[in-house]
Design a protein around this ligand. Sequence first.
Ligand code: PMP
Length: 409
Amino acid sequence: MSTADSTGGTDETGNAHLVRRWQGALMDNYGTPRIPIVRGEGARLWDADGREYLDFVGGIAVNSLGTAHPAVVRAVSEQIATLGHVSNLFVAEPPVALAERLLGLFGRPGRVYFCNSGAEAVEAAFKIGRRTGRTHMVATAGGFHGRTMGALALTGQPAKRDPFLPLPADVTHVPYGDADALRGAVTEETALVVLEPIQGENGVVVPPEGYLAAAREITAATGTLLVLDEVQTGIGRTGHWFACQAQGVEPDVVTLAKGLGAGLPIGATVAFGKAAELLAPGHHGSTFGGNPVSCAAALAVLDTIAGEGVLDHVKRVGDRLREAIRGLGHPLVDRVRGAGLLLGIVLTEPVAPQVQKAAQDAGFLVNACVPDVVRLAPPLIVGEDEADALVRALPGILDAVDGTRRAGD
Ligand code: PMP
């Protein structure tokens, strides 16, 4: 609540106060005005003025079980009270159990490297690639793989790369979804190809049917590693444990993060076959990677997804949401793309930031990830009623933006 004091009316605890403190203390990496969030429950969040929002951002596809899920709270509390951190100089049960569970979900033998974020998971994949003895890599235009220097070298977004050139790799970026372009770029000198099964940050771009299978065939023919970056699409987001499983494709390396830890920092690089043997002791490591508390949270996520039918729920609610938004037939909506609960509302005009703002004013958090796409990545446990509430509100939200746009024409 805003609490004007008797001496001159400064907010002590409200939105304005928190934003002022934020501006004075934190680097502004995203450059957008933001609302201060103080607590949440499931898919609902509250700001510092006590206003409630339905959350279709999910901490950027991180809060797989929403906020304050009892299973995560319990697992994290018990683990921090037992063993919070021990480092990789020792062995602890939670990372071992989590690695076994992840490999079990892939149904293939392999090895897991734990770290703390998506970018770090990609860095490890990059290093695995370098250990093939080849240096050339192929990634996709528009692809996003993180902001550390190796991951940035693979990222295909000039605005994010250009301020940091030169980047440390010999990377060819090919158009996403074009199997012929991929075939043309990959040679026997290529260490790895890295792809997102759906490009998340680039506006939820879905490749043509058969693209991942073509990538598998092309890389197998040249002895090149196929790295699938499932940082955004993995852990149930598309209604499958991993998006590659929907395509029946078996990559050499998969990177995971975001939804794996339900809000606790964790990344994982899962390597199969010869890729699992390329990093020898001393080649790579992380102090915090495999932290027992993050791993306990991740185990709670996997248990809950498996035990509560979350994959089916994601498919059902995702399909319902996609069809309902399409069915609105609103002139600002060109189409809706994506899978499960990773959806992009493609607009007919580049007004996604305005839609994001109008949605926020109406009590819904959505993300304008590129100028003409509004991304929805709510908690996987978002209710049908909550999805329906967004659908009911959308015409008003879009009309508000359309009206402003017309007035400005
Ligand atoms: N890969 C993909 C596909 C991502 O979507 C992201 C984050 N948006 C990353 C890597 C980087 O993850 P992080 O921000 O945790 O470093």
